[in-house]
Design a protein around this ligand. Structure first.
Ligand code: NCD
Ligand code: ZN
Length: 341
């Protein structure tokens, strides 16, 4: 049977939530990843040194003995250089949300004004802290990312020493922007490599595939697949795994977010194999991130085997129930064993 090993997989965009949901989902990431960039959109957002440290401790408690590093982020606000100096060793990046654009982003930035942001962004550039951005306007849902690209260009030009990560890119236009500015990078999720808007809303509405940014057109998916499977050095895997309780998804006001932590590596193996690019999988899911974020790989190794994996219908802890992408479906790669680092 065909086998494959991936050393030190990184998830460069992950939502772990808090309390019982954290206890439910954190072990599903810490089992198979060696580290992850943890998003700060809790209620209230993670925007102080104390909040970063206590959230990190709650994550460590939830993952027990797993060999997994939660790489913390702050929720972007104007911060002083002194404050950033005091917190720089506790975080890996700062995440900017336009106000109200997605789950728990009400405290985000209401207009992206270079002069207003300059003190914080210059300090971040000096301290080597990357800026992660949820790049959407509040325009027509299919055009939100495209409309935001000019903001990325403005930021990239105004702050050439700042590393800017275009999070969860979903469009061909975003893939083209990447090479125009040295300081632009990107993450890509599992779902945007696999689905289009047709899968979400072309037939029966699929709430578990609804996320922000929404999945786009076939040509967009193709451009993302080409970028990921060629392991473009400025692109990293970031699942944007975003669990919501089952009843918040299966609801007439469906929350945005796709839960992919327990299936991500297996699905990526299937996709890269289909495109005859398995040799690039480790770059996409590990090596590229080490170069962009200056990370060290660990020896944690995920051994995969070409054997059916039936995705559980749901995952449960106490009163929490969360439904993964591809619930009850069969994937062609399974995790055979995991060697801790
Ligand atoms: C994320 C969440 O639920 O926190 N939702 C999503 O659809 N991706 C937030 C985000 O990354 O936009
Ligand atoms: Zn996210």
């Amino acid at each position: 049977m065909k086998r494959l090993s991936i050393r030190s997989p990184f998830d460069m965009h992950l939502h772990l939530r808090d309390e019982d949901m954290l206890k439910l989902v954190a072990p599903l990431s810490s089992k198979t990843f060696s580290a992850a960039i943890i998003m700060p959109n809790l209620v209230p957002p993670v925007d102080t040194k104390e909040a970063v440290i206590s959230y990190k401790n709650r994550i460590k408690d939830a993952i027990k003995d797993d060999d997994f590093e939660p790489m913390m982020t702050l929720f972007f606000k104007p911060y002083s250089k002194e404050f950033l100096e005091s917190v720089k060793d506790d975080i890996k990046a700062i995440k900017l949300y336009p106000a109200g654009i997605t789950t728990n982003s009400e405290g985000g930035v209401s207009s992206i004004d270079v002069n207003e942001l300059a003190p914080t962004l210059n300090a971040m550039a000096d301290l080597g802290l990357p800026l992660c951005v949820h790049g959407e306007t509040n325009g027509f849902v299919m055009d939100r990312e495209k409309e935001f690209l000019s903001v990325y260009e403005t930021l990239a030009k105004a702050f050439p020493k700042l590393k800017i990560i275009m999070e969860h890119i979903t469009t061909k236009d975003a893939t083209k922007l990447l090479d125009r500015y040295d300081n632009l990078y990107a993450t890509i999720t599992v779902q945007h490599l696999l689905i289009t808007l047709d899968d979400v809303a072309g037939g029966m509405l699929k709430p578990h595939l609804f996320c922000k940014p929404i999945a786009k057109r076939y040509e967009d998916r193709e451009a993302l697949v080409t970028l990921a499977t060629s392991a473009h050095p400025k692109v990293m895997f970031g699942s944007d795994s975003a669990p919501h309780p089952k009843d918040a998804k299966e609801n007439c006001g469906c929350a945005a977010g796709v839960f992919t932590s327990p299936i991500a590596i297996q699905v990526l193996a299937e996709l890269f194999e289909k495109h005859n690019k398995l040799e690039n999988l480790e770059k996409f899911i590990s090596i590229n991130a080490t170069n962009i974020y200056n990370l060290k790989r660990t020896n944690k190794t995920i051994n995969l085997i070409k054997k059916d994996f039936v995705v559980p219908q749901d995952y449960r802890f106490e009163n929490e129930i969360v439904v993964p992408m591809y619930s009850n479906e069969t994937l062609s790669w399974s995790i055979d064993s995991i060697i801790q680092g």
